[in-house]
Design a protein around this ligand. Structure first.
Ligand code: FMN
Length: 303
């Protein structure tokens, strides 16, 4: 049975599963593949307004593909363009801002905010957001809060009545089912899609994810050059490799894309506690189908 939620109804997608907006990994190829598989694909507005415009040109009409912005690096012209051309515009890493939400609504899109606490979820609601993304501390990439996903979902559900997307540590259909059963209207998946065949991640990065399990990740501020005091979850091996490089190491927050030349193993290898579910490169369609099929089976009542 297809899982119908407030998110599938709001955006008209087949499945309550969103690909996380992830810097340069969230390319049109990945977002389109996720949307064609029935999920919500995401682009990254952090590429700048001109590059984002070109990416949006590649999106087929009617595709359920949103745009994600990191607040300290955003460009308001890009937000207006995204709002006029996509159904969902969402923000991360900043106090929920009524003016940004108004730009989104003026363009005709729904506004979302990824939050790390129930207080931030209430602020997102008060700023006029249509949905919130509750990010647990298990998440890969930059991590907003300190609370695990299940208690966070409980708190956010108590405080706000908006549709909630659950993020952080969700890499299997069982985890997806658990989040939906705990009150989420959809799940957001990041780390699994780094290993999608449509992802631009370096092979060294993907191989490190395949070899890792949850306790190989760590929350750190190590890769903080240019974005300090912003905790992020990476593979511990990346910090160890960087320390071995000594003075040659750059602690920039950039992850290695496929064209990176140099010690890719010492770059910011972001990974959530979902990393144990990454076992091989798979197409985005295979990843979506695997999660959704297993979640649907897990949510079936016992016969
Ligand atoms: C490589 C990587 C890059 C990310 N970049 C962003 C980003 O640009 N904007 C954002 O809102 N979240 C970003 N995140 C966090 C995700 O939105 C999401 O919270 C996280 O991936 C969920 O945990 P998971 O990786 O275990 O699935 C990133 C995560 C990863 C792994």
């Amino acid at each position: 049975m297809p899982i119908v939620t407030r998110i599938t109804e709001l955006f008209g997608c087949r499945h309550p599963l969103q690909q996380a907006g992830m810097g340069g990994i969230a390319t049109p190829a990945l977002a389109i593949a996720v949307a064609e598989a029935g999920g919500i694909g995401m682009l990254s507005g952090t590429v700048g307004a001109a590059a984002l415009g070109a990416q949006l040109d590649a999106v087929p009409a009617g595709a359920v593909i949103g745009v994600n912005f990191i607040v300290p690096f955003l460009d308001r012209a890009g937000v207006a363009e995204a709002a006029a051309r996509s159904p969902l515009v969402e923000f991360f890493w900043g106090t929920p801002d009524h003016e940004l939400v108004e730009i989104v609504h003026a363009g005709g899109a729904r506004a979302g905010w990824q939050v790390g606490s129930s207080a931030e979820a209430a602020a997102a609601r008060d700023a006029g957001c249509d949905i919130v993304i509750a990010q647990g501390v298990e998440a890969g990439g930059h991590v907003r809060g300190v609370v695990g996903l299940l208690p966070l979902l409980d708190e956010v559900r108590t405080v706000v009545d908006l549709p909630i997307i659950a993020a952080g540590g969700i890499g299997t259909g069982r985890a997806m089912a658990a989040a939906l059963a705990a009150g989420a209207d959809a799940v957001r998946v990041g780390t699994r899609f780094i290993a999608a065949t449509e992802s631009t991640a370096h092979d060294v990065y993907v191989d490190a994810l395949i070899a890792a399990s949850a306790d190989d990740t760590v929350l750190t501020t190590a890769f903080g050059d240019g974005w300090p005091d912003a905790p992020h979850r990476v593979l511990k091996s990346a910090i160890e490799a960087g320390e071995r490089l000594g003075a040659a190491q750059s602690w920039s927050p950039d992850w290695p894309s496929s064209d990176y030349v140099g010690a890719a193993d010492a770059r910011a290898l972001y990974a959530g506690q979902s990393v144990g579910a990454v076992r091989e490169r798979q197409t985005a369609a295979q990843i979506v189908a695997e999660l959704v099929d297993d979640a649907e089976r897990s949510l079936q009542p016992p016969t």
